[in-house]
Design a binder for this molecule. Structure first.
Ligand SMILES: NC(=O)c1ccc[n+]([C@@H]2O[C@H](COP(=O)([O-])OP(=O)(O)OC[C@H]3O[C@@H](n4cnc5c(N)ncnc54)[C@H](O)[C@@H]3O)[C@@H](O)[C@H]2O)c1
Length: 268
């Protein structure tokens, strides 16, 4: 009776930021459970590689070029998706960046604008188009927030930028409003709030600007703060994403789920 609860056969999914990191794991996970996955990224080679990996495992996947911050680029991608698939069932708004991190009074307006355009505006641009292809429903939207959208963190050295935290808190508000607006059509909107998951390119700008000593201090600070005492890896999030994408979570919307080795749930 329950054996197909998590299956996604026949469903069409769009994953933004699918060329690398978390997005690649999400795309491979959804395709392993039967979805046809559109791997969208501004890095087309990486998106193509993700789609090839899915196909090597007998999944159905295709790459798509998009700059999520650019309305023309987003519209062009969704026009193609509408032409080739006609509808979608699942959207994961995953593409995101962090910038070089400094304290708020030193943080540049240009970095604020650049990050917000991708992390928050990009979620809006893709969701409005995705919703149009999900209606009349049902559907599942999964937005990738962060524990930094739930709580502040300043371990005495740069960890995340003020714009990053603000964008991820914005993603959470966005998630809840969409949930309220579209619940009647059974289009669900949930957010995941990952803690630190290693092996991705996020934070590359910060790491490039930091000294070896600062990176060591940062690593020690976050490991000390995580109750499980280690970081996650992108594949750890696949089960949660498949759950939220599938009918197993059909009565759940408007929620934010931290996935963080206990970061948000315990005092370290
Ligand atoms: N890694 C973590 O620990 C962690 C924790 C919390 C939240 N997140 C969030 O997870 C998401 C994925 O991060 P990641 O760690 O896998 O980083 P990553 O840098 O490895 O992957 C991000 C992907 O997004 C793509 N991308 C960036 N800007 C884009 C744009 N304008 N248009 C299209 N694609 C774009 C990149 O090309 C890349 O493939 C981000 O939203 C990030 O904020 C990550």
């Amino acid at each position: 009776m329950f054996e197909n609860l998590f299956r996604l056969d026949g469903k069409v999914a769009v994953v933004t930021g699918a060329a690398n990191g978390l997005g690649r794991s999400f795309a491979l996970g959804l395709s392993a459970f039967g979805a046809t996955v559109i791997c969208a990224d501004r890095n087309l080679d990486g998106a193509d590689e993700t789609a090839s990996l899915a196909k090597q495992s007998r999944g159905k996947a295709e790459p798509a070029l998009v700059d999520v911050a650019d309305e023309t680029s987003v519209d062009a991608m969704w026009t193609k998706i509408a032409e080739s698939h006609g509808r979608i069932d699942i959207l994961i708004n995953n593409a995101g960046i962090n910038t070089n991190s400094m304290r708020t009074h030193e943080y540049s307006v240009a970095d604020w604008d650049r990050l917000m355009a991708i992390n928050l505006r990009g979620v809006f641009l893709n969701t409005r188009k995705g919703l149009a292809l999900m209606l009349p429903g049902p559907g599942s939207i999964i937005n990738v927030a962060s524990i930094l959208g739930l709580r502040g963190f300043w371990p005495g050295s740069p960890a995340g930028s003020i714009s990053y935290s603000a964008s991820k808190a914005g993603v959470i508000g966005f998630t809840r409003q969409v949930a309220a607006e579209y619940a009647v059509e059974k289009i669900r909107s949930n957010a995941i709030a990952p803690g630190w998951h290693g092996g991705t390119a996020l934070g590359a700008e910060r790491r490039a600007a930091a000294s070896a000593e600062e990176i060591k201090t940062f690593e020690q600070a976050i490991h000390a703060r995580i109750p499980m005492k280690h970081r996650g890896v992108p594949d750890d999030l696949v089960g949660l994403v498949v759950y939220l994408a599938s009918d197993a979570s059909h009565y759940m919307t408007g929620q934010v789920i931290a996935h963080d080795g206990g970061w948000d749930g315990a005092v370290a």
